[in-house]
Write a protein that binds this ligand. Structure first.
Ligand code: SF4
Length: 352
């Protein structure tokens, strides 16, 4: 992996991104922001899953005002996502948003963008300048003969320059495209042209399967080049899944420590227990343990124990029973129905 690119530090509430800081994981609520109770409940669930920064949409004044109440009840920085109406950006900041995400291209005149920037400067609130391939300006589409990585980068840097000209540089940049390779190229280009921190994600990447695959490839290629300061895996699904995926992507790349890694076999004709069901239950169960170990879930006693040797703990299926293995040694035989609980108990012992 390339050395991480050193970017400017930007503080979002009590989380700092850029510089030498770890890559922060973020997500976005999909509740109605005006519904404070539902939004807070989802944010608290995301916090427990490991979300470090949360963004909520602010489509109207009621949502902007709700931010103040939401902020009182959560523990991670809250970012307001604004489109079109500069007054909503100002209201969001007045109601405690820790950062705002705008696309200056859809906020309107330069005066309106300036009003937003002036408000952010007074409160030292960072602005994420977000550009999506889908809303690239007509002139740039014509200049580059279509929607291209070069066009996306130029568009983002034009917006950044506009805000810099208003005397503000507390900025984060995001450039997004649902075309994975275009997104990768755009990040390679922009990282050579600016040292603002980059929020990285593959937008509109799809449902759980396609979103995870596209995000893993896109984020993997970008992060592996040392590019990126905060990530969001964007999935059409429960945002908690976005956090799980983001954590696994960072851990797989060696950019994050902690969290139990599961290895499990693909099952075959030798499997005599419900290994698929068990592996999924194990994956959910281990999420609550803050251990940095590997747990193997193997289907049979022919290959399982050998393969489980590589792991710290393992379970290995037999006929209506299974073996519990610790660092390659079988420590007990357990009925199938009790395997999950036996592993949980072993994890508790390990934690202690
Ligand atoms: Fe098949 Fe056993 Fe290998 Fe799993 S561990 S794939 S059940 S041989």
């Amino acid at each position: 992996m390339a050395e991480r690119r050193r970017t400017k530090e930007v503080r979002i509430g009590d989380v700092v991104i850029g510089g030498k800081h770890p890559i922060a994981i973020q997500s976005m609520t999909n509740t109605k922001t005006q519904d404070v109770e539902a939004t807070v409940a989802q944010i608290l669930q995301l916090e427990r899953a490991g979300c470090q920064i949360i963004r909520s949409t602010v489509p109207d004044m009621e949502a902007a005002k709700a931010l103040a109440e939401i902020k009182k009840q959560i523990h991670i920085p809250l970012v307001a996502d604004i489109h079109f109406d500069y007054r909503l950006a100002i209201a969001a900041m007045e109601n405690g948003a820790d950062k705002i995400r705008i696309n200056p291209g859809n906020i309107g005149s330069a005066e309106r963008v300036k009003a937003v920037v002036d408000c952010a400067r007074e409160r030292n609130i960072p602005i994420r300048v977000g550009v999506n391939s889908g809303s690239l300006e007509k002139e740039l589409v014509e200049k580059y003969h279509g929607v291209t990585a070069e066009g996306i980068v130029e568009s983002a840097l034009d917006k950044v320059k506009m805000i810099e000209d208003f005397g503000y540089d507390n900025l984060v940049i995001s450039i997004k495209s649902s075309d994975v390779m275009m997104c990768v190229k755009a990040h390679e280009l922009i990282s050579k042209k600016t040292d603002y921190p980059l929020h990285v994600g593959i937008t509109e990447s799809g449902t759980i399967i396609s979103g995870n695959i596209k995000s893993s490839i896109g984020l993997g290629l970008i992060l592996n080049q040392g590019i990126g300061d905060t990530i969001r895996v964007s999935l059409t699904g429960d945002p908690v899944e976005e956090i799980k995926s983001a954590k696994l992507i960072l851990k797989t790349l060696g950019l994050r420590k902690g969290g139990i890694e599961i290895v499990s076999c693909p099952t075959c004709g030798r499997t005599s227990i419900d290994l698929i069901g068990l592996a999924n239950k194990v994956e959910n169960m281990v999420a609550e343990f803050p251990l940095d170990i590997k747990v193997a879930v193997m289907g049979c006693v022919v290959n399982g124990p050998g393969e489980a040797k590589e792991a710290d703990l393992g379970i290995c299926g037999g006929r209506q029973e299974g073996l519990l293995i610790r660092r390659g040694e079988v420590i007990k035989k357990v009925p199938e129905a009790e395997l999950l609980e036996a592993l949980r108990q072993e994890l508790i012992n390990w934690s202690e």
